[in-house]
Write a protein that binds this ligand. Structure first.
Ligand code: MG
Length: 416
């Protein structure tokens, strides 16, 4: 591809020589990482481009469309390169193209840190805290099981725990249900909203009784309520002082979030399903969220994230970035660079990766005593062993197989 150079001279002869996507699934969920090589042997960057449900589309976007725009450019021009990628598709990016963009963007930040001999958080203004408070997930088929898990996490040092309870049929998101929960219905393994609204406050009443007043508790609705149901749930949970209630309504209805938040005594955390910087900014400045939960690769990487976080800081909104198993350790390190440097930081979701992931990604951040600490190494401090990555090829349709059976007892599809 004939590479148009910007109308300013490069400071030196360093250039991007290759851009490619690498897909690996050491824990089952397909992870996508972009590697950007340069003309300086040994100087390369890695960026997270993980959209696990559409990983092949992201890899094709990187290899066929986005990468060729970057080869030949000086890796320092991050703002110009990412803007060119964004503008050159004419139609503004959705999550597939944003993840491809994020892979390149984060890799360029990784290179910038390595060139400077500084961790990326120093390029973002430096630390504003020692370490990052994280939360983990406690889930169970019964309240006792979920709270056993919560106690185990607290014993490991976690001070923030997201609790999910199963229940009849499919069960709540993130917790195992009981098969055949609705035997007289067309779909006995369904999920019932009234059962859920009745069970959730009982779960948190039991949680406060057993875990005490000091533990910070969260809960994820996973987009399954209407705005009015969300308000009913939030009010029923008021006595249990949750740190936040997550994804209370579906992304199609985010224009109703300000009214939900206005009526909710519990802080509202939303954002992991957003694939547009404009939509994320609107949530912040129109009063839709107390905590912005970005999946940072889905809105285009570190460059747009740092702008949204600055907006959040100015408007009194805090962060609680998405980070379960379907984000690569490179993406975790990118989150940490923002978390540790912004005064808007609230909480960080965390995931404990398996041994295989640590082998594929040397430098994968590890939670200690409920905190994540960013690497002091230049760049993000996370590497990728491609030989190890090759041993874990992705499996297609993992998420789709699950989503196809997320239904109500009457058989109608529900938000997965
Ligand atoms: Mg969630």
């Amino acid at each position: 591809m004939p590479q148009a150079q910007p109308p300013w001279p490069a400071r030196d002869k360093l250039r991007v020589t290759a851009v490619r996507a690498i897909v690996t699934a050491p824990e089952g969920a397909p992870l996508v990482v972009v590697r950007v090589d340069t003309s300086d042997p040994g100087l390369y960057g890695l960026g997270c481009a993980t959209f696990t449900q559409r990983y092949a589309a992201v890899a094709a976007a990187v290899d066929e469309h986005v990468g060729p725009l970057v080869v030949g450019r000086h890796p320092a021009d991050i703002e110009d390169i990412t803007r060119l990628i964004h503008y050159s598709s004419y139609w503004r990016n959705g999550p597939v193209l944003n993840n491809a963009l994020s892979g390149v963007d984060q890799a360029l930040w990784d290179i910038a840190g390595k060139r400077a001999g500084m961790p990326v958080y120093e390029l973002l203004g430096g630390r504003s805290r020692s370490a990052v408070e994280v939360y983990s997930h406690a889930s169970g088929a019964t309240p006792a099981e979920a709270l056993d898990r919560a106690e185990a996490l607290i014993a490991e040092g976690y001070r923030h725990v997201r609790i999910q309870l199963g229940g009849p049929g499919l069960g709540t998101y993130g917790a195992p249900g009981t098969r055949g929960g609705y035997p007289r219905s067309p779909f006995p393994d369904g999920w019932d909203v009234n059962q859920y609204l009745a069970d959730a406050p009982k779960l948190f009443e039991a949680a406060r009784e057993r875990l005490g007043a000091k533990i910070s508790l969260m809960h994820d609705v996973h987009s399954r309520l209407t705005p009015k149901q969300a308000i009913v749930l939030a009010r029923s949970l008021e006595p249990y002082r949750l740190s936040f209630l997550e994804d209370v309504i579906a992304p199609e209805h985010y224009h109703r979030l300000p009214e939900v938040r206005e009526a909710s005594p519990v802080p509202i955390a939303v954002g992991e399903q957003i694939g547009s910087v404009t939509d994320a900014a609107r949530l912040v400045h129109e009063g839709g969220v107390d905590l912005l939960r970005l999946h940072t690769s889905s809105i285009g990487g570190l460059t747009p994230t740092r702008k949204l976080v600055a907006l959040a800081e100015l408007l009194g909104v805090r962060t609680a970035f998405h980070s379960p198993g379907d984000i690569s350790p490179v993406g975790v390190a990118a989150n940490l660079a923002v978390d540790v440097s912004t005064p808007a930081f609230g909480y960080q979701e965390s995931h404990t990766y398996n041994e295989a992931t640590h082998e594929v990604f040397p430098g994968t951040p590890v939670v200690r005593d409920g905190y994540l600490t960013p690497s002091p190494e230049p760049g993000f401090g996370v590497d990728l062993d491609e030989k190890a990555a090759d041993r874990f090829p992705p499996t297609k349709f993992l998420h789709e197989r699950w989503a196809a059976n997320v239904r109500r007892p009457d058989g109608g599809l529900e938000a997965p």
